[in-house]
Design a protein around this ligand. Structure first.
Ligand code: AMP
Length: 282
């Protein structure tokens, strides 16, 4: 695996390697590192579907508010490289913040409206940081396919809108959420949880499962489903709900009726750790 820490090195590796490949597809898997089986599923899918695979590891300062966990975000570069090698990644692009934002950054991507919904409402500026770094990355790497996790459903919606609006010539592929056997959605931030918090955190996936069961039994009224979920969530101590939303998966706007494919998204703090999870209504 080639490791590029600079934009120039990445472009050089991309051009040299792409020349020798049988087909045209370049798959990009953007991550913040601290890789787990969720990331692995994206890498594997990209490897299956593309001729050249580029992974990106970058803890993007632009998407963290000053009060958030940028400094303590888990960094496990060597183990990450091992996973990328195992999954047959061709190139790892791992720039420094100075390389991505030399002399600061004065150009920002605002996906207006949608960037202020779900996590964008709780984390003002977050999706501007995400959209800006991903737009830069798309220009630098020029992938034909980019792989993201459905776990971050609002991120997928924001980036899909950006790809449409800015005419990026690529396919954005959303991959299913990978979970632990007990249902907890894998996340690099799960590393922050104590054993006790890890058990409490199961309330997120349990709540989503309860909503899915209610829908399967015929309850599709969003207000009824929300009330049921709130009742369940309030039963768990030390879990503070941030949002529970039943929304259109593209616009992220609330719906009155949960039709098949409607996004049910939840964010909560378990102790000091903010976790998110979601599912699409059956
Ligand atoms: P992150 O490193 O947390 O920024 O995540 C990098 C990519 O992996 C994003 O597209 C995430 O949505 C995706 N991802 C994170 N956790 C999971 C998971 N449990 N299942 C599937 N994809 C995931």
């Amino acid at each position: 695996m080639h490791i590029a820490h600079t934009i120039a090195a990445l472009r050089h590796a991309r051009t040299t390697l792409a020349d020798g490949k049988p087909g045209p597809h370049l798959g990009l898997v953007p991550t913040m590192g601290a890789l787990h089986a969720g990331h692995r599923s994206l890498l594997r899918r990209a490897r299956q579907e593309c001729d050249l695979v580029v992974a990106f590891i970058f803890v993007n300062p632009l998407q963290f508010a000053p009060t958030e966990d940028l400094a303590r975000y888990p960094r496990t570069f060597e183990a990450d490289c091992r996973m990328l090698e195992e999954e047959g990644v061709d190139v790892l692009f791992a720039p420094t913040p100075e390389e991505m934002y030399p002399n600061g950054n004065n150009t920002f991507i605002h996906v207006t409206g949608i960037e202020g919904r779900l996590d964008g409402a709780s984390r003002p500026g977050h999706f501007t940081g995400v959209a800006t770094v991903v737009a830069k990355l798309f220009h630098i790497v020029a992938p034909t396919r980019a792989y993201f996790g459905q776990k971050d459903a609002a991120q997928v919606a924001v980036l899909r809108q950006m790809v449409r609006d800015l005419n990026f010539d690529l396919e954005l592929i959303a991959c299913p959420t990978v979970r632990d056997a007990d249902g907890l959605a894998l996340s690099s931030r799960n590393a922050y949880l104590s054993a006790d918090e890890r058990v409490r955190a199961l309330i997120l996936s349990r709540t989503l499962q309860r909503i899915a069961s209610s829908i399967a039994e015929g309850t599709r009224d969003a207000a009824t489903l929300r009330a049921e979920a709130h009742a369940l969530l309030s039963s768990e101590a030390d879990v503070v709900l941030d949002y529970l939303e039943i929304v259109d998966p593209d616009s992220l706007l609330p719906v009155v009726v949960a039709n098949p494919g409607t996004l049910i998204a939840i964010a909560a703090k378990v102790g000091s750790t903010r976790l998110i999870d979601n599912l699409l209504a059956p």
